[in-house]
Design a protein around this ligand. Structure first.
Ligand SMILES: *[C@@H]1O[C@H](CO)[C@@H](O)[C@H](O)[C@H]1NC(C)=O
Ligand SMILES: *[C@@H]1O[C@H](CO)[C@@H](O)[C@H](O)[C@H]1NC(C)=O
Ligand SMILES: *[C@@H]1O[C@H](CO)[C@@H](O)[C@H](O)[C@H]1NC(C)=O
Ligand SMILES: *[C@@H]1O[C@H](CO)[C@@H](O)[C@H](O)[C@H]1NC(C)=O
Ligand SMILES: *[C@@H]1O[C@H](CO)[C@@H](O)[C@H](O)[C@H]1NC(C)=O
Length: 421
């Protein structure tokens, strides 16, 4: 009697185990050349996603992420399948994950809700504060890859008339993150925000939003080190790439920028804050029809430094203000805090080189170095610059205020405040 009831319990338990194993979606296997199982692919479709662009697939994504992030397999892959469009609400994708190497393979479209009321925002002091569409946090060794014809669509058009703070993709407190082959469009605000992270590699990224869309920066980098952005095409309504405070070893190369506000370092030192930006290398960038080219902007009254910066192999096509250092930066929304004359402190700008910079300027002032009286710009070097006017028969000129440094090779327009070698 006792034995048979034990047996009965064991059979029930076995049935339950078999059942629970079967109901758990199993990942598809991927084998390498030698037939070893190298990756496990967790498809959104195994977690109930529909992918018709109308059904909310957020829950399926969360469950797939939990499985991937919790997987002890060597290289788990979250797979967003092709031929479909997944409507998703803001997703908080948290690490650290159990596996040393996690991939999100995006082969289908991902789209945010077009109705702002579905973004779960707080309304504070006249502005909406919203979670990002995709937030990846506390990740180490994350690969996010896209594929041909596939978009991540932030559906910003209903937001652009409102004041809002939300980002399409945030990488925060992470390291060794690789973003590849992504096509991100129409973010409500910034498109990619790299915050408090290191060893971030972004390549072959296309970012697009209308020229008229406000604050839609392409990539913003802040509190981060060792960030590499290359081989990308960015055209939005704000900076293509902006480099904010506490950044070092930033390498930007082979970028096409426009429309937009160009590539900028800053604004730094707002509200008397201390900036620390160094070792920024920007090379092989083409600017087309942007309002600025390469710009460093700092607020009056700031502290700290922006130094060891190199802009090289830059090409401008019809750029309004190609080269700018502006230590009297003032955002029109904060006019009150910029009325003081140039007294007190400023973010120190030094060792900035412009090397092989060519192309056309839409305004007469092709080079503007407007530095602080109390903390002048030093070691500003121009080497082989030729920026004539877009308009036939017009000449370009430069503007210099409190700048020290040197000029080498051919430099058009002439920068009289620099020492000619
Ligand atoms: C991760 O796996 C552990 C044990 O395998 C389990 O207890 C836990 O619930 C899982 N977490 C998630 C988020 O699935
Ligand atoms: C991690 O995954 C990426 C892409 O999914 C792959 O290229 C890389 O080799 C993997 N690294 C390791 C150590 O498995
Ligand atoms: C760049 O990414 C696109 C998808 O967005 C892809 O079709 C293309 O092959 C990629 N190019 C390279 C050189 O990897
Ligand atoms: C910047 O990165 C490019 C490739 O992404 C590389 O060729 C170049 O050497 C790097 N430059 C610096 C200064 O690290
Ligand atoms: C000036 O900046 C460059 C990087 O652009 C760096 O290699 C060089 O060491 C810096 N010079 C000094 C004196 O710090």
């Amino acid at each position: 009697m006792e034995a048979s009831s034990n047996l009965f319990v064991i059979i029930i338990m076995l049935l339950f185990l078999v059942g629970s194993v079967q109901s758990r979606p199993l990942p598809d296997q991927t084998l390498d050349d030698q037939g070893h199982d190298t990756t496990h692919v967790f498809s959104l479709l195994n977690y109930g996603a529909v992918g018709d662009g109308v059904t909310d697939d957020t829950q399926a994504f969360k469950e797939a992420w939990n499985q991937v992030c919790n997987s002890s397999l060597p290289s788990p892959v979250l797979h967003v399948p092709s031929g479909k469009t997944f409507l998703l609400h803001p997703l908080d994708l948290e690490g650290p994950c159990r596996s040393a190497n996690v991939t999100v393979q995006i082969m289908g479209n991902m789209v945010a809700p077009s109705d702002p009321s579905e973004w779960q925002c707080d309304y504070l002091e006249g502005s909406y504060n919203c979670p990002a569409f995709l937030t990846f946090q506390h990740m180490n060794n994350l690969y996010i890859t896209g594929s041909e014809g596939i978009t991540i669509d932030g559906q910003g058009h209903n937001w652009w008339d409102l004041s809002c703070h939300q980002t399409t993709l945030i990488i925060r407190q992470s390291s060794n993150v690789h973003l590849r082959n992504l096509n991100i469009m129409d973010g409500p605000n910034m498109h990619i925000f790299i915050q408090a992270s290191s060893w971030i590699y972004a390549s072959n990224i296309t970012i697009s939003a209308p020229k008229s869309s406000p604050n839609t920066d392409g990539i913003h980098i802040q509190y981060s080190q060792n960030v590499f952005v290359s081989d990308s095409i960015i055209g939005t309504g704000d900076d293509c790439i902006s480099i904010g405070d506490a950044t070092s070893f930033i390498n930007i190369s082979r970028i096409s920028c426009g429309p937009g506000h160009g590539i900028s370092i800053g604004s730094l030192g707002r509200g008397g804050s201390t900036a620390a930006v160094e070792n920024v290398h920007v090379s092989d960038v083409e600017f087309s029809g942007t309002s600025n080219g390469v710009r460093i902007k700092t607020w009056q009254g700031g502290k700290g430094y922006a130094r060891n910066i190199m802009f090289e192999k830059i090409q401008f096509y019809d750029v309004v203000y190609p080269i700018i250092i502006d230590q009297h930066y003032c955002d029109r929304h904060f006019k009150d805090s910029c009325q003081n004359s140039d007294e007190g402190s400023a973010v120190k700008v030094s060792n900035v080189t412009y090397n092989q910079v060519y192309g056309t300027s839409d305004r007469p002032t092709a080079i503007k170095f407007d530095c602080s009286e109390t903390v002048p710009c030093t070691d500003i070097v121009v080497n082989n610059i030729n920026i004539p006017s877009t308009r036939r028969g017009r000449k370009t000129s430069s503007y210099c205020q409190n700048v020290y440094g040197s000029a080498h090779g051919l430099v058009i327009p002439r920068v009289p405040c620099l020492q000619y070698a």
